[in-house]
Ligand binder design. Structure first.
Ligand SMILES: [Zn+2]
Length: 280
């Protein structure tokens, strides 16, 4: 089994939005900001090749600098998903499954690409795409708060593609991937737990976007239901620490992944690692 982190364009996020009600004087000691209060954010995807299936988790912000979100998020296109895939030895056509954790633009932007002037096509034409039903319905009838995070061009053509599976409850993909559902960040956030030859890896997505987000009250201001996020983080982190999981951070510019320990103050990060050094 191969498990590989794929880099997609980095961007910047407002520090207050990133850490919610935590005061800047506290969060900036753990996560630096620039003079405009913007924090560097990575945007990692994950590839799992289990010998039978080649599974991609999330597709980043996509590769279109004219995208209306690109400027406000200072998107840096020097990294991109297709190049990262190629470097790992795969083509878009090789992908058999795409798991989209949710449909906010920075998680599904590479799912489609232009095909002529006004039409789009799937970037991974041979893949079945998994999205939770709750998230699909939410993205297609967006509430006022999330409206600007959903760009129909990223996912609209999936509807009639015959390549969309709407997930209603936790399921398994292949032998090694378990999908878990969460509702604090958005409705039906779907995050994979991957059983590897070594430790299990949890792709923490927007539930725990960075190592600094591990303490329970460090909740992003983007979360729809912070109290739900706290409960979800509490039980997830306890299970992760008790079972020696590796947490993989999608948006932490400075830390790719870590293991955990149970302390008097709750579950905390133990050691940070470079992912490919753990799973060579
Ligand atoms: Zn999100």
């Amino acid at each position: 089994m191969r498990i590989i982190v794929l880099e997609t364009p980095d961007f910047k996020i407002d520090g207050g939005a990133y850490f919610g009600v935590v005061p800047k004087i506290i969060w900036e000691k753990k996560y630096p900001a620039d003079e405009n209060n913007m924090c560097n954010a990575a945007c990692r995807s994950l590839l799992v090749d289990d010998g039978e299936n080649i599974i991609l988790v999330d597709t980043g912000t996509g590769n279109e600098p004219d995208n209306k979100t690109a400027e406000s998020y200072h998107t840096d296109y020097s990294k991109n998903l297709e190049t990262s895939l190629e470097q790992a030895g795969y083509s878009n056509e090789d992908i058999t499954h795409v798991i989209l954790t949710h449909l906010h633009f920075d998680h599904c932007g590479g799912t489609t690409k232009p095909d002529g002037d006004n039409t789009r096509k799937l970037s991974f034409p041979n893949a079945v795409h998994y999205i939770s039903r709750l998230q699909w319905e939410n993205a297609n009838n967006p509430n006022y708060r999330e409206k600007s995070s959903y760009l129909k061009e990223n996912f609209g053509i999936l509807e009639n593609s015959g390549k969309l599976i709407l997930v209603e409850e936790g399921i398994k993909i292949g032998k090694n991937i378990e999908l878990r559902l969460f509702n604090g960040h958005t409705y039906g956030l779907m995050l994979p737990l991957i059983y590897t030859d070594k430790q299990p890896v949890f792709f923490a997505g927007d539930l725990i976007p960075a190592k600094a987000s591990i303490p329970l009250s460090w909740i992003s201001a983007y979360d729809l239901f912070p109290l739900t996020s706290i409960d979800e983080k509490r039980s997830l982190l306890t299970e992760a620490a008790e079972n020696d999981w590796i947490l993989l951070f999608q948006h932490d510019y400075y830390n790719e992944c870590c293991d955990l320990e149970i302390t008097e103050r709750g579950v905390r990060a133990k050691n940070s690692y470079i992912f490919k050094e753990l799973f060579a």
